[in-house]
Design a protein around this ligand. Structure first.
Ligand code: ADP
Length: 190
């Protein structure tokens, strides 16, 4: 049966790490809009050139571009068991995703909200800056990304709470401990 899981949460909460592991262990395909955008930037595609300054500022890429990307990616997954990582990020994206899931007959298995205190997020992102050298992991951009999360993405917490799909995950423990909470939340959902 086609199904989807959404990872929601601020930058630095550990969504990407957990989404990768869940994909590997449970046979999902991880669809990370951030990774897809970064690969366009690295390849220097037309889309990459357009979004590069947006990513460097930590602002959001326009909804229409993101939705076109997501449609294209989903079409390439043969039997959709999808983890959405970093999408949706705005109310318009969430509404469009509802339509897309019902159009494709994909059921939403859960929305995992992974959180950690803001100072911990900043610390982790600055640490990642040193290790991975992502161009949006500098202090000014990190502060903007956290602000953008609060104003544009946090409202989705209420949206998914109302649908009954939201599961809160404490992102503060070790990666293993966080993963165990995710497994437990998905079992409870099944
Ligand atoms: P993080 O969660 O650490 O901010 P991501 O890899 O999810 O990292 O996103 C990096 C950047 O890519 C964002 O700051 C934004 O510019 C862009 N981006 C990713 N996903 C979306 C989306 N769904 N809508 C708009 N912009 C996005």
């Amino acid at each position: 049966m086609a199904e989807a899981v959404i990872f929601l949460g601020p930058p630095g909460a550990g969504k990407g790490t957990q989404a990768k592991r869940l994909a590997a262990e449970m046979g999902f395909t991880q669809l990370s809009t951030g990774d897809i955008l970064r690969s366009h930037v690295a390849r220097g595609s037309e889309l990459g050139r357009r979004v590069k300054p947006i990513l460097e500022r930590g602002d959001l890429v326009p909804d229409d571009l993101i939705l076109a990307l997501v449609r294209e990616e989903i079409a390439a997954i043969p039997h959709p068991k999808v983890i959405f990582d970093g999408f949706p990020r705005t109310s318009a994206q969430a509404a469009a995703l509802d339509g897309l899931l019902s159009e494709l007959g994909i059921s939403l298995k859960g929305v995992l909200l992974v959180t950690a205190p803001e100072e911990e997020l900043v610390k982790r992102l600055l640490n990642r800056a040193q290790q991975e050298g992502r161009s949006d992991d500098n202090e000014a951009t990190i502060r903007n990304r956290l602000e953008v999360y609060k104003t544009q993405t946090q409202p989705l917490v209420d949206y998914y709470q109302k649908t009954g799909h939201l599961r809160k995950i404490n992102g503060l423990g070790s990666p293993d401990a966080v993963y165990r909470s995710i497994e437990a939340a998905l079992v409870a959902e099944a």
